[in-house]
Design a protein around this ligand. Structure first.
Ligand code: ZN
Length: 246
């Protein structure tokens, strides 16, 4: 028995399969991450390959059968192909890194409509150049870390419970988490996180607007989040898309 599903989706990636087919990874509103096949989509007569292209926001109909590894796409309509992202190298680089994170940090067929909506919203922000691509990427990275169950506790010192404020530098290590400046002075085994970097992470976590950030702080923030995920998910190999475009 297969079920017919109609849902919105973002195309996370694609690859050629056999002479004429395509295999794609979709992040869908109703079914989470879904690997699927588009049979015959590479024939010149088919428009499906243009619609179901990496990054595109689509509405898709597929036949779902639990026992099958690849679901079969029967048709798709385009909602947006984000032309402004695709015509700007920096936006492309970070938007592809967003797709890569979703591909690598979510589980197949585990639905999370909030994550889907967050993904669409961040791509729209990239498209409308709401903030710089590297900050938008960092915002999504922090959001995804929370959505996948690895929330960064950044509000209170893990040792004394005092509220952390972005005016001071703080300490961090993997097993304890973040600690206040005073505890940092009296405990060993912590690295110091400068207040600029902490302020950035704090604003990402608390969804505050940021301006006047140094590029180096943004890069350090993204590196920190990447390392944080590596510490919690040993299978995570880091973000290839950012390396590829260097
Ligand atoms: Zn403390």
């Amino acid at each position: 028995m297969s079920e017919i599903i109609k849902t919105q989706a973002i195309v996370l990636g694609k690859m050629n399969y056999s002479d004429s087919s395509l295999i794609v990874t979709l992040y869908t509103d109703h079914n989470g991450k879904v690997p699927a096949i588009l049979k015959g989509a590479r024939s010149p007569k088919s428009k499906l390959a243009l619609i179901v292209d990496t990054l595109n926001h689509i509405e898709v109909i597929f036949y779902k059968k639990e026992s099958r590894e690849l679901q079969i796409v029967s048709s798709a309509d385009l909602i947006s192909h984000f032309p402004n992202i695709k015509s700007d190298l920096e936006s492309t680089k970070y938007a592809f890194a967003v797709l890569e994170l979703v591909r690598n940090l979510t589980i197949e067929n585990e639905s999370n409509s909030r994550l889907f909506k967050g993904l669409v919203r961040i791509l729209e922000h990239f498209e409308n150049k709401k903030e710089s691509p590297s900050i938008l990427f960092a915002r999504f990275f922090m959001f995804l870390i929370t959505e996948t169950g690895y929330e960064i506790m950044i509000d209170k010192c893990s040792i004394c419970g005092k509220e952390l404020t972005p005016e001071f530098s703080i300490g961090y290590n993997f097993s304890t988490g973040f600690i206040c400046n005073e505890c940092l002075q009296s405990h060993s085994g912590f690295e110091k996180i400068e207040s600029e970097l902490f302020k950035f992470l704090y604003c990402l976590k608390n969804k505050k607007f940021l301006n006047g950030l140094k590029v180096t702080t943004i890069d350090e923030g993204n590196s920190f989040l990447e390392r944080y995920v590596k510490e919690h998910i040993p299978d995570f190999k880091g973000i290839q898309s950012l390396e590829m475009f260097k």
